[in-house]
Design a protein around this ligand. Structure first.
Ligand code: KG4
Ligand code: ZN
Length: 351
């Protein structure tokens, strides 16, 4: 089975053709990074307008690269929840139109579950070999999510913990902004961290008690602010208004490395707790931050099989939705043409 999938939940416009749920024939992503960079974050209205401009060229390119036409695909999939409503509507509308015009079934998938499924994707000529053993513990760590899941199957996914404030990728982006680095901050801080000493600054690790599976990253972000601009009340008024902090290159790298060490430490400890609760036989990590070198390195000694996506499938892409849609289709689950776009605000996670 061959599925054409569409992604437009946030700021990447994506289309992909996936064969048999695992073999990626094409995976096209039109990034909007440059449009949002000057605002140091995603501006929803700009994102939805760019999706409108990009969506059909991206779909055409995905079909051309895969060497298929619409009539050659078996279904049209789309990530219809959760996301920014204006962005979601573009992809959902395009997918419905293509499905209706071609008479192919429409399959709406959950974007967060698709991030977990991304570990299954590989090149069609060189498929990903590993398959997770269930029950598995899943972590989606990205710019919009930091959440833990119990997976008994690809379609039996239960939310067991999530962030109570910032997502970890959001903390990376905000820390990069206050350090005067570029956007998106995750990859930049990751690269800088490799040049610094992770033990240079003892940043706080928010574990929220002994048993919680929730996360909190806002205190860590504030700790970085105070570290580089001074602690309020001690003759300092921490503010980024005067430009980037006046610290040496080495100190900057040390702060980046120490911040990354704190993030990775918390994530690994929470994954250990979650693995125990779930009785996990494997661990699945997906989302933009699963590209992080520090996290990948730290997970090597976890003690359970750990599955991470190929680097091209970590950040938002359509291939992961095309893969997951294959599982839906195999079980006879298809959507109606009145499929809703479900924004973050109406999203009941885990349902
Ligand atoms: O999955 P994604 O494209 O979007 C959401 O669904 O949110 O993730 C984007 C996030 C951004 O916050 C970006 O800074 C972060 O993933 N990111 C990283 C790395 N690469 C991307 N964070 C840490 N280390 C990285 N190497
Ligand atoms: Zn995402």
């Amino acid at each position: 089975m061959r599925i054409l999938a569409i992604e437009s939940t946030c700021d990447e416009t994506g289309a992909a053709v996936v064969e048999g749920g695992r073999g990626v024939l094409s995976n096209v992503v039109a990034s909007q990074v440059e449009l949002h960079a000057k605002y140091r974050g995603v501006v929803p209205e700009i994102a939805s307008r760019a999706h409108i401009e990009n969506i059909l060229p991206v779909v055409r390119e995905a079909c051309a690269t895969a060497g298929v036409e619409l009539r050659d695909v078996d279904a049209v999939a789309v990530a219809h929840r959760p996301g920014l409503i204006g962005s979601l509507l573009v992809g959902v509308t395009a997918a419905k139109s293509l499905a209706w015009a071609s008479g192919k079934p429409l399959i709406g998938v959950d974007h967060v579950h698709a991030h977990l499924y991304s570990v299954m994707l590989g090149d069609v000529a060189k498929p990903q070999a590993a398959v997770p053993a269930f029950p598995a513990v899943g972590l989606v760590c990205s710019g919009g999510h930091t959440a833990l899941y119990e997976l008994r199957d690809w379609l039996d996914v239960r939310l067991i913990g999530s962030t109570i404030d910032d997502a970890v990728g959001e903390a990376y982006d905000k820390v990069a902004a206050l350090l005067g680095l570029g956007y998106p901050g995750g990859p930049i801080v990751d690269r800088l961290a490799a040049k610094g000493d992770p033990r240079a600054v003892e940043f706080p690790r928010s574990l929220l008690g002994k048993e919680s599976l929730d996360f909190s990253f806002s205190g860590l972000k504030t700790a970085v602010l105070y570290r580089v601009y001074g602690v309020p009340g001690r003759g300092a008024r921490p503010s980024t208004a005067g430009g980037p902090p006046k610290i040496s290159e080495q100190e900057l790298a040390d702060v980046a490395a120490s911040f990354q060490a704190a993030c990775v430490d918390v994530i690994v400890r929470k994954l250990r707790r979650a693995a125990k609760v779930v009785g996990a036989r494997s661990v699945i990590v997906g989302g933009g931050v699963s590209a992080n070198r520090g996290l990948r390195e730290a997970m090597k000694g976890f003690g359970l099989p750990v599955l991470v996506p190929g680097l091209e499938y970590c950040t938002d892409n359509a291939a992961m939705s095309g893969g997951l849609a294959h599982v839906y289709a195999e079980r006879g689950i298809v959507s109606e043409l009145d499929l809703d776009a479900v924004p973050y605000s109406q999203f009941v996670a885990g349902v």
